[in-house]
Design a protein around this ligand. Structure first.
Ligand SMILES: [Fe+2]
Ligand SMILES: [Fe+2]
Length: 152
């Protein structure tokens, strides 16, 4: 199986808030894939952290087109469903393996470095709208009657 390289696998997205949340989630996943326990407590903590993070991203998604937003939300829902399945497995007393945790880690790194980077870039571009250019300076050069007629 493909193993996520330890340490700096996340590319900074450009959003401090999102990157901080990614770092906290990666810490939880790193502990699991480095031989730590992968039990109900760890999976429940991961589930909570991931759900809060996805809510942060959902708030940013208004800048995306409807189909891109739905694709991103769909990916989030699938990931949460995967964590929920592991929570259920652990809750029934069955083992969750380090391979399961490794798959959670791989998805998280790939998603963060692709879909989330796209989201942050879209939000940044939305903030880069050109400034409004006022007509007033142009109208000031006209006769008073024309200026008053044209200024609305
Ligand atoms: Fe994310
Ligand atoms: Fe995301």
């Amino acid at each position: 199986m493909t193993h996520a390289p330890a340490g700096c696998s996340l590319i900074p997205s450009g959003s401090g808030v999102i990157d901080a949340e990614h770092g906290a989630i990666l810490d939880l996943l790193s502990a699991m894939t480095a031989g730590g326990p992968v039990g109900l407590a760890e999976l429940t903590a991961l589930r909570r952290e991931v759900a809060e993070h996805f809510a942060t991203e959902t708030a940013e998604m208004a800048v995306l087109s409807a189909d891109r937003r739905e694709r991103h939300e769909h990916a989030h829902r699938n990931y949460l469903a995967g964590i929920d399945a592991l929570v259920n497995t652990a809750g029934r007393g069955h083992p969750v393996t380090s391979d399961d945790a490794n798959r959670l880690m791989l998805w998280f790194i790939v998603h963060s470095n692709t879909a989330d980077t796209e989201l942050v870039e879209a939000a940044r571009r939305a903030d880069d709208e050109p400034p409004m250019i006022s007509m007033d300076d142009w109208l000031d050069g006209l006769d008073a009657a024309d200026r008053d007629a044209l200024r609305s």
